[in-house]
Design a binder for this molecule. Structure first.
Ligand code: NAP
Length: 311
């Protein structure tokens, strides 16, 4: 690879782990951790969660922007040079974390653990009927790198699985639905709805009263996409009416939630602080170096964002 500066602007402790991988696999690259940027004119590659607002003027030779996390919704695309390729993070560590989190949440709901936790608080020893996994219909919104990996695990556990996406997919053992005209049928057969959609103009406010009303009564939600996809008041109303039974939320808007927010102490909501999965520095650096090599060979990079679609 020709001489170049790769600038990392995210958590510095993780950056030092990236640096180790770059030293071993791509020693010709001058890997730097923000704010030690060296000569800005030499910066050809930037990995960041939040790029500097003057990115275009500051790094005139920039050739690729890598997101240090899975989403790119945190980027202000209006300040990025229009032709600059933007790459989201697709790496095995993020995928494994999400598979673990969603599998845990689905099993917890499937085996009535929220009800048993409430029963324990009441000192109540009351077995509930155990339903086989094959009778539990799980539906995943988003059939991307995360949605497909999650579904592979859930299919393996025997759940009745479906997925929904913009374009048609084929996933072994999964009923795949595509497009807005297929949404109603997908929701009508879903007992546990998992949201793994990226945040775009089309998905902001997507989890709303209308969508909840199309689920079978007593369905549950596992939300691991992005906070602004959920209409909070509609979730509270659906839980109050019994249309939804339980919600597991890993993402909120804002993050963290204000202390007085209703979600904190709601008996039917379980909240985690956006930890469903995290970029693992060592495998992330490996994946980015693989992508740099693809880029230098003129091949398409994995995870390249289509700016018109927003993901
Ligand atoms: P991805 O590979 O880009 O997949 C996105 C999927 O969503 C695709 O299947 C896409 O359909 C579908 N989609 C997008 N917009 C749609 C729309 N308007 N209607 C229907 N389907 C639509 O993304 P990913 O890597 O799986 O990640 C998904 C999201 O998970 C990320 O964007 C991020 O927000 C979230 N995430 C959360 C955490 C956490 O810790 N909570 C961690 C990582 C990621 P097509 O296949 O037809 O394009």
């Amino acid at each position: 690879m020709s001489a170049a500066t790769f600038l990392y602007k995210s958590d510095p402790a993780r950056g030092r782990q990236w640096a180790e991988v770059f030293r071993r696999r791509a020693p010709e690259i001058d890997f730097r951790i923000w704010p030690d940027i060296g000569d800005p004119a030499q910066v050809r590659f930037l990995a960041a969660w939040e790029p500097p607002p003057d990115i275009a003027a500051r790094f005139p030779a920039l050739e690729v922007l890598f997101s240090s996390g899975a989403g790119v919704d945190q980027f202000d695309f209006t300040i990025l040079p229009p032709a600059l390729p933007v790459v989201r993070m697709v790496e095995p560590g993020i995928v494994r974390g999400m598979v673990e989190y969603v599998t845990h949440a689905v099993l917890d709901l499937h085996r009535d653990m929220p009800a048993y936790r409430r029963q324990q608080q009441e000192g109540l020893w009351q077995p509930l009927t155990v339903r086989p996994a094959g009778e539990r219909r799980v539906g995943v919104l988003g059939l991307g790198s995360l949605g497909q990996a999650v579904l592979a695990q859930l299919v393996g556990l025997g759940f009745d699985c479906a997925g929904w996406s913009r374009s048609q997919h084929h996933v072994d053992g999964v009923q795949c639905h595509a497009g807005s005209e297929a949404l109603q049928d997908f929701l009508a057969r879903t007992d546990v709805l998992v949201c793994l959609l990226p945040l775009t103009d089309a998905t902001r406010g997507f989890l709303d009263a209308r969508l909840f009303s199309l689920l079978p009564r007593g369905a549950s939600l596992v939300h691991v996409g992005r906070g602004p996809q959920l209409v909070e008041a509609d979730l509270l109303a659906a839980l109050a009416s019994g249309q939804l039974a339980e919600a597991v939320l890993d993402v909120t808007d804002p993050e963290p939630l204000p202390q007085a927010h209703a979600f904190w102490r709601h008996p039917r909501i379980r909240l985690t602080p956006h930890i469903a999965s995290m970029t693992q520095p060592l495998s992330a650096a490996e994946v980015v170096i693989d992508n740099l090599q693809r880029f230098e060979r003129g091949e398409p990079m994995l995870g390249l964002v289509d700016r018109a679609r927003g993901y």
